[in-house]
Write a protein that binds this ligand. Structure first.
Ligand SMILES: NC(=O)c1ccc[n+]([C@@H]2O[C@H](COP(=O)([O-])OP(=O)(O)OC[C@H]3O[C@@H](n4cnc5c(N)ncnc54)[C@H](OP(=O)(O)O)[C@@H]3O)[C@@H](O)[C@H]2O)c1
Length: 370
């Protein structure tokens, strides 16, 4: 279907005054087949969005509406919930009942295992939707999102977290193909400060962050159960088989980088015994099989490694790797823009897939840095 033949998708963005919401506004306004119909805000009802984000002057003239779902019925085909967890789960069922597709950027619909969600976050008010939602890691779940698999296409997307996106895109193919030892996988991740959202917090004050580099939430970050649930599913282990010796438990150490956006993840793992000679080519071939046809995954040439500047302002995930032949360890590095491929860019990619468009529509962004 050409851009002209495609019906314009009518879109609302809830939480448009936050970082991921504002990024969604920019993407939808620049999208050839989508129309921004409404933006909602709890704190800025009635206020023009360009008062809140002056960078949008002369580009976006829309005013924020109070979040009243009934006021959106009949006006939109799709809503992005760029809201904190717990808030999204209250709204998603209301829109789904009206046949409005929902793309939720919070953690509320990322889990299949209710217990894992509730242990990590809080009691779920719409647990029946967990089995209906599709995990929005676009390249991996494309068939489920579009409906090309036996099932109907997705009407509810649990858009992945930024750390999980940067970790799972490189590891899922290798786990599926039995190329990694399931034990001892380490993810050493670094995020720009926008990963914490726009609301004020001491830990993200300029003076606390600049000229500084530190780990945080070591051993207790909320993204660990999400990454483990998804990776275990791809290893063929159900999320309930917690006693299995094969179960993957990852060691995850997140760090805060003194920059506004960007994420670099370094993964250390032992190659499995299946990988013998030509380890580099074997791994490269696995990555190529999964990702050669995927515009947003860029496999870097041998000896080259990702740089956050090369993906900044884009929906790309760059991946490079090195194998230590002596120890048979693999070191994989991935880089994404946490607000784009890690959140809003991937959310729009999912919208494109849900509405039968080319996944790159409106997303061929060029990195802003040199
Ligand atoms: N930042 C990232 O890199 C990133 C990456 C992946 C996923 N996410 C997820 O995406 C979601 C949004 O993140 P963000 O970084 O954009 O957060 P944010 O900058 O803090 O924005 C969240 C927005 O939600 C609205 N909001 C807050 N509490 C609300 C409530 N109780 N009821 C209704 N609206 C409320 C606020 O707008 P008003 O007060 O104007 O309503 C706020 O601007 C979160 O669930 C986050 O975990 C973020």
């Amino acid at each position: 279907m050409t851009d002209k033949e495609q019906k314009r998708v009518k879109v609302a963005i809830a939480g448009a005054t936050g970082y991921t919401g504002a990024e969604l506004v920019k993407l939808i306004v620049g999208h050839p087949n989508a129309e921004l119909v409404a933006v909602t805000s709890r704190s800025y009802g009635g206020e023009p969005l360009d008062n809140i984000f002056p960078s949008l002057r002369n580009i976006v003239s829309i005013k924020c509406e109070e979040m009243q779902p009934e006021n959106l019925f009949g006006r939109i085909d799709c809503i992005f919930l760029a809201l904190p967890h717990k808030v999204s789960m209250e709204y998603a069922p209301i829109f789904l009942k009206q046949d409005i597709k929902v793309i939720d950027l919070s953690a509320d619909f990322r889990f299949k295992n209710l217990l894992a969600y509730e242990e990590t976050y809080q009691k779920h008010s719409a647990p029946e939707l967990l089995q209906k939602s599709v995990y929005g890691l676009s390249e991996i779940y494309k068939n489920e999102i579009t409906g090309n698999s036996k099932k109907e296409g997705a009407s509810l997307i649990g858009n992945p977290g930024c750390y999980p996106t940067s970790f799972l895109l490189p590891t899922i193919p290798l786990i599926r193909e039995g190329a990694l030892n399931r034990q001892g996988i380490v993810s050493d991740s670094k995020s720009g400060v926008s990963g914490a959202g726009r609301s004020l917090a001491l830990t993200s004050h300029y003076c606390e962050v600049t000229e500084s580099f530190k780990p945080y939430k070591v051993g207790s970050h909320r993204h660990v159960p999400e990454m483990e649930e998804v990776l275990n599913q791809h290893a063929g282990l159900s999320s309930n088989s917690s006693n299995s010796e094969d179960k993957i438990n990852i060691t995850f150490v997140p760090h805060l980088l003194p920059m506004s956006r960007g994420m670099l993840t370094t993964i250390y793992a032992q190659l499995s015994e299946n990988i013998k000679d030509n380890a580099y080519e074997t791994i490269l071939n696995i990555f190529k099989r999964y990702y050669s046809d995927n515009f947003f995954i860029r496999l870097l040439p041998k000896g080259k490694f990702p740089d956050t500047a090369h993906v900044r302002g884009t929906n790309f995930c760059d991946i490079g790797f090195w194998i230590d032949d002596k120890s048979k360890r693999i070191v994989i590095v991935s880089a994404i823009d946490n607000i784009l491929k890690g959140a809003s860019g991937q959310a729009v990619q999912n919208m494109n897939l849900m509405f039968g468009m080319d996944e790159t529509t409106g997303l061929k962004l060029i990195p802003g840095s040199i």
